[in-house]
Design a protein around this ligand. Structure first.
Ligand code: UDP
Ligand code: MG
Length: 316
């Protein structure tokens, strides 16, 4: 058993690996903790896994698993958690945006008895305006829609205790929206601010499309409120239609018929639009039920630095 596991999912981060390994070693070695660094290669097409192998040959603390393809950041994180052995587990990015120098502070909170220590990003100037704004809107929307509390700036840089991790791993869902799941499990949680820095090398792997899907996952997996809202939208438009009908009937008996082309067209388009949106929302929930019922494994392991059978290393 180890004292501390560092879980790092990565996609095409070969240039960053030696740097993050060096910075982590500089921070962790003086602490005297028994630690391991678990790299999860999320289907990289560059030399990332060779790099991990080289690191593992020189440093016993380094372990690596390579997934059979790109399964996405959240699933890669889950894979890393499943392969970690520490009493405390810290997840962080490979691009050095999460400063390794924060780790002793996170660990101190764990020693004080906290189970989930969220590192909270203080907004820096280095972030693009678009990313900052979308992040603010997203957390506001999430907290409005969901009963679980989402702390703004809490992403995937956090420490969890073994018992919190066990609780998390017992959650069966295939949509791994980790920041929501870790907020949901409860236990003793605490928030610690940190200053994010710019990416060391390479480009962000979160395209706009991936961000939109992550946000959708968060909303749909943590709230049924869009379904309620579509009911109220239906109610609203139904009532508006009824009022308009009454108005038209009254006008008819007063001898004035309302001329109708424009109003019919507008009503039909509006109703059509609302109905399609509502069906779309229903469809999102349905698609997720479909995905859950297929009950496929979350990922497969193609290769590992440990002398284990990769197939056995995949989840049951
Ligand atoms: N990542 C991953 N799989 C993906 C996308 C990203 O493992 O499909 C990793 C990436 O290599 C990095 C972390 O997730 O270690 C965060 O991604 P990134 O830094 O690109 O996101 P950003 O900081 O721009 O939000
Ligand atoms: Mg990053």
């Amino acid at each position: 058993m180890k004292d501390l596991s560092i879980v790092i999912p990565l996609l095409n981060e070969a240039e960053n690996l030696p740097v993050i390994h060096r910075r982590l070693t500089e921070v962790l070695q003086p602490t005297g903790l028994r630690y391991e660094i678990v790299f999860v290669d999320d289907g990289s097409t560059d030399a990332s896994f060779q790099e991990i192998r080289t690191l593992a040959q020189h440093d016993k603390a380094v372990r690596g698993v390579s997934l059979s393809r790109n399964f996405g950041h959240q699933v890669a994180l889950t894979a890393g958690f499943e392969h970690s052995q520490g009493e405390a587990i810290i997840s962080m990015d490979a691009d050095l945006q999460h400063p390794p120098e924060m780790l002793p502070e996170l660990y101190k909170h764990f020693q004080r008895g906290y189970d989930v220590v969220h590192a909270i990003r203080k907004d820096g100037e280095h972030m693009s305006v678009l990313k900052r704004k979308t992040s603010v809107w997203f957390y506001r929307l999430m907290n409005y829609l969901s009963d679980t509390h989402f702390h703004p700036g809490a992403a995937d840089f956090r420490l969890v205790s073994r018992r919190a991790l066990q609780a998390y791993l017992s959650l069966p869902e295939k949509d791994r929206f980790n920041r929501g799941l870790f907020a949901w499990i409860g236990f003793n949680q605490v928030y610690v601010p940190y200053q994010e820095t710019t990416r060391h090398a390479g480009k962000s792997k979160y395209t706009l499309k991936k961000m939109v899907y992550l946000a959708l996952d968060g909303i749909i997996s943590f709230s049924a409120r869009p379904l309620q809202l579509s009911f109220f939208a239906g109610l609203f438009f139904g009532c508006a239609g009824l009022l308009y009908a009454l108005f038209a009937i009254v006008m008819y008996f007063r001898g004035q018929t309302i001329e109708g082309w424009t109003s019919i067209l507008v009503t039909v388009l509006l109703m059509g639009g609302v109905q399609l949106v509502v069906i779309g929302i229903l469809g999102e929930y349905l698609a997720r039920i479909y995905r859950e019922t297929k009950n496929r494994p979350l990922y497969f392991v193609k290769d590992a630095t440990d002398a284990v059978d990769p197939v056995l290393a995949s989840p049951k």
